[in-house]
Design a binder for this molecule. Structure first.
Ligand SMILES: [Mg+2]
Length: 230
């Protein structure tokens, strides 16, 4: 039995190619910045640090770009946190996302979203913000997935035991392994050419390729006793 479902956002509620297309204007206007920011985010997931997340990002970015920390921070905030987020107006969700969230809510499931980026506007652009009971940016915790801290914050928000939560994401490494390590059940939207996480050694409780499939599997396998309620 599960009482709550948590969702990753990018690549899970909408296709990654849309993020790429929406990001193109930002990519083209500041290609080096976008490239090195991507590298910095990868590094941030693997290192330990005590500084606030944005400060550490600015520090690593300034080293890669050979500019001052202050300049790096200013460019990051302007290009990545304001303009880039703004460009996500053009995204739209995968088919059946809204119907799936509604069906879960009708069955008394609490819904939460956890993204590595500021999240509120994105859910609004996806026209899904009315369906989530809460949304969290793991940036607010100071750490990115798969660090356990953002997942633990999500568990606290749900107010349930971790094994009563199903966490849904598209990254095996960050979402499935991160949520499983925090004690949650997991559903993996498996990318077409995934190299990790397939086969009998997978840690995902559900592997799915469409939201209608996810919906029926959750309702049949995890919410059985209440699925007859309307
Ligand atoms: Mg994702």
């Amino acid at each position: 039995m599960i009482k709550a479902v948590g969702f990753d956002v990018d690549g899970t509620l909408y296709p990654n190619y849309q993020m790429f297309l929406c990001s193109l204007p930002s990519l083209l206007s500041a290609p080096r910045l976008m490239y090195y920011f991507g590298q910095v985010r990868k590094d941030m997931r693997q290192i330990e640090y005590d500084e606030p997340l944005h400060e550490k990002q600015a520090q690593l970015l300034s080293n890669k770009l050979g500019i001052s920390e202050e300049h790096a921070r200013d460019r990051m905030e302007r290009h990545l946190y304001h303009r880039w987020e703004h460009s996500f107006r053009c995204i739209s969700p995968f088919r059946q996302v809204r119907e799936t969230l509604l069906a879960l809510k009708r069955n008394g499931i609490i819904l939460g979203a956890l993204s590595d980026f500021p999240i509120k506007n994105k859910l609004k652009f996806l026209n899904l913000d009315d369906l989530f009971d809460f949304s969290l940016s793991s940036e607010d915790t100071g750490y990115l997935k798969p660090n356990p801290i953002p997942f633990q914050q999500m568990i606290r928000e749900f107010g349930t035991d971790p094994d009563e939560i199903l966490y849904v994401g598209n990254s095996y490494k960050y979402d499935v392994l991160g949520a499983a390590a925090a004690g949650m059940r997991t559903a993996w939207l498996k990318p077409l050419f995934a190299t990790q996480g397939s086969g009998s050694h997978t840690q995902a409780d559900i592997i799915f390729s469409s939201f209608s499939e996810l919906r029926s599997r959750i309702l049949n396998e995890f919410v059985q006793s209440s699925s007859t309620q309307k």
